[in-house]
Design a protein around this ligand. Structure first.
Ligand SMILES: [Zn+2]
Length: 282
């Protein structure tokens, strides 16, 4: 495959031919940074783990150059840090038995540049070749600008696909800002209860991020447990780990839909629900 960055990386953990690894892909995650996929697309990783007819593939769009560094990483240059983070992402792909892991190696500023089509072109290529039926993306109400920028490139690439090549489901998932505020009827529920040990290790192996003083491993597991427990007050917890997603499929099926209007409608329904409950009592 010809990506716009000559430094883009491709890793097939089981050593299969790349075309085979692309063709067998059924679930695809597109994230901004090394570790985002393991935080938000675990539902897809777990659905494919150990299955012969289902394969998860990952795309990490940026190189993580600007990440904070302390401890053993304190004296690392940007280039060394990029390598550490790329290695960590590939370790996750190995542990999670991914079909193929792409690292497109963009700087955050390149992805935020609305006039730069390079990342969209790369993503279109990957989407065309995988033909994945379920796609996991960042959600449009995330608070991290690079996450939203990668989402924008992903939506643009998905909208370029011919209708018969578009995925059946596209989910916008939780990382920086969760989606618990969405009405329960608006939530896509992504069960993450399977292989708790693997779920833990997939986030825990990102030592360069966790050593910086952020316990993403504990926080990710904690949020999934909290989601499962606080979802429904009246039933026992069949699932022990859930993540929420916004259904972005309509935005891909209908390229004329405004991403902003579509997202704000979720907020409007939340606002109306809070207002109605208060109107009954005050
Ligand atoms: Zn991120």
């Amino acid at each position: 495959m010809n990506f716009n960055k000559t430094t883009a990386g491709t890793f097939v953990p089981d050593g299969s031919d790349l075309n085979e690894a692309l063709e067998r892909t059924t679930h695809l995650g597109i994230g901004a940074h090394q570790d985002d996929l393991e935080i938000f697309a675990y539902n897809g990783i777990a659905a494919c783990y150990g299955q012969k007819d289902k394969w998860f593939s990952g795309v990490t769009v940026t190189n993580g150059a600007g990440s904070s560094r302390i401890g053993v990483y304190e004296s690392y240059t940007d280039e060394e840090m990029i390598q550490v983070r790329a290695d960590e992402q590939n370790k996750a792909a190995f542990v999670g038995d991914y079909s193929v892991q792409f690292q497109l190696d963009y700087n955050s500023s390149e992805v935020k540049d609305t006039q730069n089509p390079a990342a969209t072109e790369d993503l279109t290529q990957i989407l065309e070749k995988t033909g994945a039926s379920i796609v996991y993306l960042h959600n449009p109400a995330d608070k991290h600008d690079t996450h939203i920028a990668v989402l924008a490139k992903s939506i643009a690439a998905l909208r370029k696909l011919p209708d018969d090549k578009k995925p059946q489901k596209v989910y916008g998932c939780e990382v920086w800002r969760d989606l618990d505020w969405m009405l329960d009827t608006d939530k896509s529920v992504l069960n993450c209860s399977k292989y708790e040990n693997m779920a833990q290790s997939l986030v825990a192996l990102y030592d360069s991020q966790i050593s910086g003083g952020k316990r993403y491993d504990l926080a990710t597991a904690g949020r999934r447990l909290a989601n499962a427990t606080y979802f429904d007050a009246h039933s026992s917890d069949d699932a022990t780990a859930l993540t929420w997603a916004m259904d972005l499929t309509p935005l891909v099926q209908d390229p004329t839909l405004s991403v902003k209007d579509y997202t704000l409608e979720y907020i409007d329904r939340f606002k109306a629900d809070v207002g109605e409950k208060l109107d009954r009592l005050f």
